[in-house]
Design a protein around this ligand. Structure first.
Ligand code: SAM
Length: 234
């Protein structure tokens, strides 16, 4: 269980009580601000990878980890039927307040309907938490696809985060996969319970997809080792 500080920050912003941003850090990086307005972004303010994903979305859509519902709202305006799920109570309350018609407090692994498009955006692989869980999540995502369905997911190869000033890498090859991070978040001076958050490089995602019978295609590369992938049934 979390304290849902993320949801609290979204609720504060939505109700006009925006005073400060969320502070995040990881086991390999210092404090960083996550600007709350960014979670309320409109299409024009979204990274190219997300814009591309929204352009590729078709049919019935599931937005996994919808947060404040920004992607869902864009697609709803385009006339699509979208279901938005999140495990944050605050996020679901905000998504509803912003006009998301079908927002449900639910974890990805508890979803059972099928869709033409499943979206996982803003490091969509984060939800898988660790490398050993990837197959389980991919198998479940596969079960949510209609016959011609697609999964659109973004992530990054974060190897660059292990580079020192002279370009050398300090990855410990005995340790777990380098994209597995411990993720810390605080808001208004209160610390959230630490979470695990997974970044997956494309080749590792591709291999995991193959092992569960999914096709995996890189659709677009971003500006900083990030990418958008499209997964589909073979
Ligand atoms: C980085 S935020 C991205 C929010 C939104 N997609 C965006 O781009 O603004 C990740 C979201 O995933 C949600 N989440 C984490 N684990 C989840 C799970 N197992 N099932 C559904 N949502 C989850 C979090 O509560 C959070 O709202």
């Amino acid at each position: 269980m979390t304290k849902d500080l993320f949801g609290k920050a979204l609720l504060d912003y939505q109700s006009g009580n925006y005073t400060e941003d969320i502070i995040t850090s990881t086991n390999i990086s210092e404090d960083d601000e996550l600007p709350i307005p960014y979670l309320f972004r409109r299409f024009k303010e979204m990274p190219k990878l997300e814009q591309k994903a929204l352009k590729l979305a078709r049919g019935t859509i599931l937005d996994v980890g919808c947060g404040a519902g920004s992607h869902t709202l864009y697609l709803q305006e385009k006339g699509f039927s979208v279901k938005a799920i999140d495990i944050s109570e605050g996020a679901i309350a905000v998504a509803k307040k912003r006009g998301v018609k079908n927002a449900v407090l639910k974890s990805l692994l508890d979803e059972t309907e099928t869709f033409d498009t499943v979206l996982l955006l803003m490091n969509g692989t984060g939800i898988f938490q660790e490398l050993s869980e990837v197959s389980k999540y991919l198998k479940h995502l596969k079960s949510l696809l209609k016959p011609d369905g697609q999964i659109l997911i973004d992530s990054s190869d974060i190897k660059y985060m292990y580079e020192d000033d002279d370009g050398g890498l300090w990855i410990d090859t005995q340790a777990n996969y380098y994209g597995e991070l411990d993720y810390y978040l605080s808001y208004q001076g209160e610390d959230e319970i630490p979470m695990k958050w997974l970044y997956l490089d494309f080749e590792t995602l591709n291999l995991a997809c193959q092992s569960v019978g999914l096709k995996c295609k890189k659709i677009l590369e971003g500006e900083h080792f990030d990418y958008l992938a499209q997964l589909a049934l073979k």
